[in-house]
Write a protein that binds this ligand. Structure first.
Ligand code: ADP
Ligand code: MG
Length: 262
């Protein structure tokens, strides 16, 4: 169709390569046909070509950020069955706009096992990546190991500074394992270093009242919860495990003891 301008196309291919935007060659060719057919102005044509490049870059950028985040599984808001957690739907919908990230607000998800905490934390992480934020996901135990390693090697300040460049850090499964005293202090430093600066999402099967035991120290836990919750949305997930649905099991034994007093 556009065989009229082979030299210009060759040049576009060369120039797009030099700009490290080789996709422009394809967009330029396809959109040139469309522009001729529809009688676009030169400006409209150029804008359309550049827009394709920018959206392709954004998409591949967010895909890279999703891959780099280290999610345990890819879960999205679209896959979430709201019938199982109707109460938190409006809160999650508000968070999905990504505003909490620019305001450096935190999100805490509390609830029994299998109610979708990791799913929603991951889904909000993917939202963050799509909004251009760098994201890191790991369990509380893995974060403790990472911080302890940095501390032992004398590079905790550098590690915390590096982590501050991530718009979102997800700490999954606070409370499954108790922390060592050292790890609890390091964790407190992570929370302090991000306070009012960048977001955290934490998930836990324990209510806040159980965190003192996890961190081995009521005072450290209280100071930390204070900073986390000062600017936070707390989502309380309820009900039976989604994993056990339709299997004739209503709740797990641990669910009763840990959440009986909620
Ligand atoms: P938790 O972290 O609260 O223990 P998960 O988020 O790991 O629970 O959920 C357990 C499994 O059930 C996951 O595969 C998750 O995708 C799925 N799941 C949980 N709740 C829902 C839901 N409301 N809609 C769809 N899938 C769900
Ligand atoms: Mg989980």
């Amino acid at each position: 169709m556009s065989t009229k301008t082979p030299d210009a196309l060759k040049q576009i291919t060369y120039l797009a390569g030099a700009l490290k935007a080789p996709r422009i060659t394809d967009a330029a060719t396809r959109l040139a046909d469309q522009a001729r057919d529809a009688g676009w102005s030169f400006e409209d044509y150029l804008a359309a070509v550049l827009e394709r490049e920018v959206s392709a870059r954004n998409a591949s950028g967010s895909e890279l950020r999703v891959k780099a985040a280290g999610f345990s599984a890819r879960k999205t808001l679209e896959d979430f069955d709201w019938d199982a957690q109707p109460a938190i739907r409006p809160q999650v919908a508000a968070l999905a706009s990504g505003g909490f990230l620019t305001e450096a607000r935190n999100v805490v998800m509390l609830g029994p096992p299998g109610t979708g905490k990791t799913h929603l934390a991951t889904a909000l992480g993917i939202v963050a990546a799509r909004h251009g934020h760098r994201v890191l996901f790991a369990t509380a135990t893995d974060w403790a190991t990472r911080l302890s390693d940095a501390h032992r090697q004398g590079r905790l300040p550098q590690e915390l500074a590096k982590l501050r460049r991530y718009g979102l850090i997800i700490v999954d499964e606070v409370g499954y394992l108790p922390f060592e005293q050292d790890a609890a202090n390091l964790f407190f430093q992570l929370v302090s270093s991000r306070y009012e600066h960048a977001s955290l999402i934490l998930t836990s099967n324990l209510p806040f009242s159980g965190w003192g035991e996890v961190f081995g120290d009521q005072a450290v836990a209280a100071a930390m919860i204070d900073r986390i919750v000062h600017h936070a949305d707390v989502l309380t997930l309820k009900g039976a495990s989604y994993r056990l649905r339709g299997r004739g099991i209503d709740s797990l034994p641990s669910t009763r003891t840990q959440h009986g007093a909620d």
